[in-house]
Design a protein around this ligand. Sequence first.
Ligand SMILES: *Cc1c(COP(=O)(O)O)cnc(C)c1O
Length: 423
Amino acid sequence: MKMTLQERDKKHLWHPLTQHQLHPNHLAITKAKGALLFDDKGNTYIDGIASWYTCMYGHCNAHITRRVSDQMQQLDHVVFAGFTHEPAIKLSEELIQILPKNQQKIFFSDNGSTSVDIALKMALQYHFNHGEKRSKIIALEGGFHGDTFGAMSVSGLSVYNGPFEDFFIDVSRIPVPTTENFEAVTAQFTKLITENKVAAFVYEPLVQGASAMNMFDGDLLDALLAIAKKHHVLTIADEVMTGFGKTGKNFASEYLTNQPDIICLSKSLTAGLVPMAITSCTQKVYDAFLSDDIRKGFFHGHTYSANPISCTAALAGIELLQSEEMQQNIERITKSHQEFDVKIKKHPKVKATRQLGIIYALDLAIETDRYGGLRYKLFDFFMENGVCLRPLGNTIYILAPYVITDAQLQKVYQVIEESLAII
Ligand SMILES: *Cc1c(COP(=O)(O)O)cnc(C)c1O
């Protein structure tokens, strides 16, 4: 008998973030379109998390696939050291138009974690090139910046870091600022900066995605950024999750007065089609690497840097982001979440809710650990009802593609509401 995809999967595949002994089964998806995923048995699921915040303009978006397909006939790939091409040049021009005004230079890589590692290396070498050895990085507790060594080091401590902690770079973590702890956090931050050689402060602006969509006040972050800037500590905004419209602005940093020296981008940068990441920086950062001394250059590079296909996907994505249609979609979803919120937050099993743009999260009034059984129970319930949502601990969040229809949104809300009855 013919083996199913799920059976064949088990023979040779090793999935990310998975304890295979406890979770051996993986659902086979055969097709995706708009906000929908289709499995090999003909079931459909609304992609309520946009496949980890990537395909914001919808799966297999015709505009993007057409542009990428054309590019594939023209130029597939060329070494980006010593060579250049139109898609990379055009993308740099388009990004500089929409990024915070102080950003001037674009450095390419392949994924969010790497874009953070590059940002950290840029910051460390920036000071090194200025003749100063600064080795400490400050990060926010509960942050998530990726799984490579640098990115893992600056992420919040996780029980899964055990085997690697001895090899982390030098990082100090401060609590996410709140109105209650603000004075203490500012004092701790200032003390860290004045008593150590701090190279950079890295943060996810306004929303800590992996930390169950933890949202915090921009004014408080702004105050920390002002302190960092005063002490010549480079600021790194990890907008890998928050970038490209999800917060209601193109970038979450736009909500702030103090702009970062370095910005990390990935996930929806390429509209869910192909992997790519970017680390952008100011002229000031870039200039620290200019010298007659070759060693002061930034000797970091990936084989697929600025891949023309990926650049084209990003360009087509930015065109869509700026279209009236997508901007209206963002507004529509934002309003729709607000209406849902009014209703659901009164539910006795809902402890708290929060929203920024199209990102919506609700905390259940139930204690559970982050990877406890509740999330699997809820996940299974959602999937059985045709909605793909991945709760984090006791938090259910929605981060759907901008093209999700009103009817699909209502279905997502309805299934969430029904799930409250089974917990
Ligand atoms: C997902 C994510 C990363 C890591 O990106 P990968 O492409 O998975 O390596 C880094 N930072 C933030 C904020 C993220 O959400």
